[in-house]
Design a protein around this ligand. Structure first.
Ligand SMILES: C[S@@+](CC[C@H](N)C(=O)[O-])C[C@H]1O[C@@H](n2cnc3c(N)ncnc32)[C@H](O)[C@@H]1O
Length: 270
């Protein structure tokens, strides 16, 4: 009985660690990315497994997207998924509102000729123009597919809705949106305990995230229905996903966070 409650002894430590995080999310993310020293399976970034295993699981769903269109990776971070997507689409453009993330993504992708990156706040009123400019810079004019992983669950309700509205002109009639997000059902304490935090120790990549970033929420079917209303979007497919982290508990295997995926298309008038 006591052991079930032991995890709650973590709360003071979590509060102490997270109190240092900048209150403005964009500042927090940019500072986070500026402090990252390494990425991939042995790196500092909690959600970067260094493997293509998770993306490979999405490929049957991504096959519904028009493979002749480029893909825009919204909130690309260090570009791990952008680089993988560049193997399946003619062009992959990673966008992030952290300039430090974009610098890092460019550095890590120097040898991928069909991946490019730009700074863009995807919730800003002019985001669609910034996306079009980034695509044009990479040699493409017109509609595109969109990939989103691990971004909507860190936004508030207004941010999610603004982002979804901004995607409508990006996808137009031919493109589609694929999203995969963490949808952890418990409290923040359950979440960090699931990822191996105890009162005595916290895996370093998890501690970096707790120290530097706002506490994430969850994003599942209910949150998707609010952010992508049926007046604007058709749901093509949805289901549960396994979001893979950098190996935490076992050096040779990713840890997994319960997640949610969906494929959507913009509703056409008439
Ligand atoms: C958890 S990380 C996921 C990174 C990447 N998608 C991946 O799965 O490896 C969330 C990313 O979203 C970015 N982000 C958050 N809000 C954003 C916004 N409004 N516009 C663009 N990027 C944003 C953050 O800077 C961060 O790099």
């Amino acid at each position: 009985m006591f052991s079930a409650f032991r995890k709650y002894l973590l709360i003071p430590r979590l509060i102490r660690l997270s109190s240092a995080a900048p209150k403005d999310p964009r500042t927090a993310w940019d500072q986070y990315w500026g402090n990252i020293r390494s990425t991939g399976a042995t790196g500092d970034v909690l959600w970067d497994s260094g493997s293509d295993h998770e993306l490979n699981g999405y490929l049957p769903t991504l096959a519904h997207l028009d493979p002749a269109l480029p893909v825009v990776d919204v909130g690309c971070g260090n570009g791990s998924f952008t680089r993988l997507l560049a193997q399946h689409f003619p062009l992959a453009v990673g966008l992030d509102y952290s300039a430090n993330a974009v610098d890092r993504a460019r550095l890590e992708s120097a040898d991928v000729t069909t991946a490019s990156f730009a700074v863009c706040d995807m919730t800003a009123p002019d985001a669609a123009q910034t996306v079009a400019a980034a695509l044009k810079e990479a040699g493409w004019t017109g509609e595109a597919n969109v990939f989103i992983r691990g971004v909507l669950h860190v936004l508030d309700l207004n941010g999610r809705s603004a982002l979804a509205v901004n995607l409508l002109p990006v996808v137009g009639t031919r493109g589609g949106v694929f999203l995969a997000e963490t949808n952890f059902p418990g409290t923040p304490v359950d979440y960090v305990s699931h990822l191996g935090a105890t009162r005595k120790s916290i895996p370093a990549p998890l501690e970096w995230a707790i120290r530097g970033l706002p506490m994430p929420g969850r994003f599942g079917a209910a949150q998707r229905a609010k952010a992508f209303p049926t007046a604007d979007w058709n749901l093509v497919e949805e289901g549960s996903a396994s979001i893979e982290t950098r190996p935490l508990s076992n050096p040779s295997a990713s840890d997994v966070i319960p997640g949610y995926y969906a494929l959507l298309r913009a509703r056409q008038p008439g």
